[in-house]
Design a protein around this ligand. Structure first.
Ligand code: ADP
Length: 244
């Protein structure tokens, strides 16, 4: 579903991604861990071209983006549709209800039939456990509820891949579980997901593979059991000792 080759990203002089290679099968959940500043968010944003990579190729769902060549706006838009991002700070439109936030992508951007899109949006609200909150505005919702709307909004775009950028790190601890549960449900339904998170319980329980990133490289990768219980690299061991 995803094939990444030699992905590089620099901000000016600062090289943040130093050649990432990764293949992800359909239905797999990949969890990316690593110290702050190691490039995890930049990596995720590059997959959706929210940041334009400096070099390398990314293939998602059969569509290839080759960043060694210029890309047209149309090519970028087409490639973006392959994936949808869930952000740390939800990024909901504050003046729109939960339902309208979910409808914005399908109706305004993708020009889908409004009645059909609404039916789908209501089903998605139900899926994330918020069928009674369709008409609520973001400020009337808890952080956990807002993030579940954020997930429903991303799903409404019908992406082939879901990208999660620290989706629970802005939440009060007691609200983290409800968001992780929705993500676990998606994993079990066979969604392909790349998740940057500090929630090691989620990584242990839901990841097919854990990637440890440091200084713009994938330093170590493996099953959660391998990475957490038998880390091979010193840098991984040090990081795990600090957080566990
Ligand atoms: P992580 O998600 O692992 O904490 P980031 O991908 O957010 O790491 O950041 C990696 C490095 O890239 C950091 O040094 C950060 O300061 C830098 N960086 C991220 N975004 C930008 C940007 N838009 N402009 C300049 N530097 C950036």
């Amino acid at each position: 579903m995803i094939s990444i080759k030699n992905l590089h990203k620099s901000f000016g002089e600062l090289e943040v991604l130093k050649g990432i290679d990764l293949d992800v099968e359909k239905g797999q959940t990949i969890v990316v861990i690593g110290p702050s500043g190691s490039g995890k968010t930049t990596f995720l944003r590059c997959l959706n071209i929210l940041e334009k990579p400096s070099d390398g190729t990314v293939e998602i769902g059969g569509l290839v983006a080759d960043f060694s060549k210029p890309m047209s706006k149309k090519q970028i838009m087409a490639f973006r549709k392959q994936s949808a991002m869930v952000f740390q700070h939800y990024n909901l439109f504050p003046h729109m209800t939960a339902l309208d936030n979910i409808l914005e992508g399908p109706v305004t951007v993708q020009k889908k039939d409004k009645a059909q899109a609404k039916e789908k949006a209501l089903a998605l609200l139900d899926k994330v456990g918020l069928s009674d909150k369709a008409d609520s505005y973001p400020h009337q919702l808890s952080g956990g509820q807002q993030q579940r709307v954020g997930i429903a909004r991303a799903l409404a775009l019908e992406p082939k891949v879901m990208l999660f950028d620290e989706p629970t790190s802005a939440l009060d601890p007691e609200l983290v579980g409800e968001v992780l549960q929705v993500m676990k449900d998606l994993t079990q339904e066979g969604m392909t997901m790349v998740v940057v998170t500090h929630e090691m319980r989620f990584a242990k329980g839901a990841a097919d593979e854990v990637l440890f990133m440091d200084s713009g490289r994938i330093v170590e990768r493996g099953t959660p059991d391998d990475v957490f219980n038998r880390p091979q690299e010193e840098r991984t061991k040090r990081f795990l000792n600090l957080i566990q």
